[in-house]
Design a protein around this ligand. Sequence first.
Ligand code: ADP
Ligand code: ASP
Ligand code: MG
Length: 409
Amino acid sequence: MSIIVQKYGGTSVGSPDRIKNVAKRVIAYKEKGHEMVVTVSAMSGETDRLLGLAKQMSDEPDERELDMMVSTGEQVSIALLAMALKSMGHEAISMNSSQAGIYTDSSHTKAKIEKIHSEKIEKELKKGKIVIVAGFQGIDENGNITTLGRGGSDTTAVAVAAAIKADKCEIYTDVDGIYTADPRFVKNAQKLKYITYDEMLELAALGAKVMHSRSIEFAKKYNVALEVRSSFSDAEGTIILKEYEGMEKVVVAGITCKKDEAKVSIVGLPDKPGIAALVFGKMAEANINVNMITQSSLSQKSGTNNISFTFPLGDFKKAQSVIETIKKELSPEEIVFDDHIAIVSVVGVGMKTNVGVASGLFAVLGKNAINIQMIGTSEIKISVVIDKNRADDSVALLHEHFKLDKLSQ
Ligand code: ADP
Ligand code: ASP
Ligand code: MG
């Protein structure tokens, strides 16, 4: 007998029939003797619908109120699932974040889970009930409802799994695993049997929305055994784990692209200590997450340098006003915003020990007249900023170049 946490995403609970289907899956596990905790998202389309309502009230809705409203989507689906389970003869209880003890910081719309007081969940589990926890939402120290950012229900599931020391956390979604690229756009993408936490973390942070990146951080930190599977089939999924045999042979495990970023270049800043600290300090104060950064000193003689960075497209207006204050303080020569970029990334732990990935990537883009605006690397990934119009074909071209359609593990 194990403790299992399952998470069902929006499509999996997208209609009353699908919720009944989820209930049957959960019951099958329960009847095998497992203790079950289930996290669910809002029914598909519901979060967008709610956000649309908010936009009708204000261009920039108050974020506390936004969380108050958008968190209701998950409350509907937990209650519906509990009703379905009960009507099928099983003891179940739904819990919102406050009842489940999920505490976050106060950054509305992108809150981070800080601790989980899981006693209530555990108490109900001990009574033999199936516990259903609302995904995506948390509560801050003042009792305000927060949300974890789009796709955040994955993080709820993994964090709960870590807190109650579950034996396994299964993420059920509308694809049957993690693929070498988004299977919706790359038709010959291959399903991976395994992927490491580090690779998945990079892919998720760089646009593969199949997993919320924070969920992988939790899984890695607490060593949660994670599997991504389909709620519509019994196909084997993808295991996300620390390491597996032969992982170094997989030079590139996945390719992804992120289309919801914007870029700003600040040209002709004073070339002296403290400038970067000032620029990024102001972005941090405004709670804007900066992603890729490049800095180039033109020449020592000129005494100036340029800083370019990317940040979430959704923060465009906020970033413009932050940069306006920087402009007043530092008088740069020029500021250029670009809201039409994409970040394309190739990721693989095998890159550590294999050469030629970067040169191959640049050659493919060059040959196809795709201009590279920025480059960023880590030990296991290479990212480039390009024009958004070329994002999808870049992913397809790179997928082909790295022969990911024939990847074997
Ligand atoms: P859920 O609502 O279940 O959380 P999401 O829509 O958040 O589902 O995530 C699943 C989607 O992620 C898939 O439908 C797929 O289009 C997309 N996706 C992006 N990259 C990948 C990838 N590398 N492997 C699998 N799916 C991916
Ligand atoms: N319902 C939220 C969203 O649509 C959270 C989630 O689905 O994970 O982003
Ligand atoms: Mg999701």
